[in-house]
Design a protein around this ligand. Structure first.
Ligand SMILES: [Zn+2]
Length: 259
């Protein structure tokens, strides 16, 4: 079976990830905030939509669900009860979702919102993580209705995955995030290279995603809260009560909110 993962662009900078099974022309979409671009993509490729996976309740991730359900009545909607989408399958931490022959594990990754979940698809030994607005390349989600502690725990949980794990965030924020990272550690060569590469890809209108965990560990300040250079950079801009990772993380998130 050949499984491909595509991006469909929505709104200004959202990505709706589409899993395509080329053996049977079926597709699964993650977080369809808009129905039209998804319907167009599916029609172009002559695909049938069999499932929708939702990561959290925000409208730019769920507003296309009802219209896609109408277009494809057999579509199976997978979501948490707190996502306001009337799921056919209710999931939470520890649930398993099947995708043809593969399975995806559901993790609770709250913080951006309460009940934010991620889908970890295991494909021939490599994990593909649909992480919504929890992790972005070079950054992380803002805390809306979740808590900073749970966001920190969720990102820490992601770092326990194998280094070759691929992350599929729902927004193209990479360039701005790296500029923020470089405002904290201006001479960081890994971030400078990542910014250069991300800008080059954006100029060609190509996504900077997915990204590996190994890459994020080297260029994402929010995953480097124990790094002395990051701690020094934060200290120069904010009052740190102590240098515990959660304190550094909290200060970083606050600085980023007004960057
Ligand atoms: Zn969101």
């Amino acid at each position: 079976m050949s499984l491909y993962i595509h991006t469909v662009e929505a709104f200004e900078d959202n990505y709706i990830w589409v899993l395509v099974n080329e053996s049977n022309n079926q597709a699964i979409v993650v977080d369809p905030g808009q129905a039209d671009p998804v319907a167009e993509f599916l029609a172009q490729k002559d695909l049938e939509l069999t499932a929708i996976w939702v990561t959290h309740k925000h409208h730019d991730h769920t507003d296309g669900v009802d219209a896609l359900r109408e277009l494809f009545p057999m579509t199976h909607v997978v979501a948490h009860t707190g996502h306001d989408v009337s799921p056919d399958q209710t999931v939470s931490e520890g649930s398993t979702v099947s995708a043809w022959g593969y399975s995806a594990q559901v993790w609770d990754v709250a913080g951006h919102t309460e009940n934010h979940i991620a889908y970890l698809l295991d494909r021939d030994g490599t994990k593909h993580v649909f992480c919504g607005d929890t992790l972005f390349s070079g950054g992380c989600g803002r805390v809306f209705s979740g808590t900073i502690e749970s966001l920190f725990d969720s990102l820490t949980k992601f770092t326990t995955l194998p280094d070759d794990t691929l992350f599929y965030p729902a927004h193209e924020y990479t360039v701005h995030n790296l500029k923020f990272g470089l405002s904290i550690v201006p001479n960081d060569s890994a971030m400078q290279t990542a910014l250069h590469n991300a800008e080059a890809r954006r100029q060609l209108n190509k996504p900077t995603l997915p990204v590996t965990l190994a890459h994020e560990k080297s260029i994402n300040v929010f995953l480097r809260t124990k790094d002395p250079a990051v701690i020094e950079g934060v200290k120069a801009k904010a009052n740190l009560p102590d240098t515990k990772p959660l304190s550094v993380f909290t200060a970083l998130r606050r600085l980023k909110d007004s960057f």
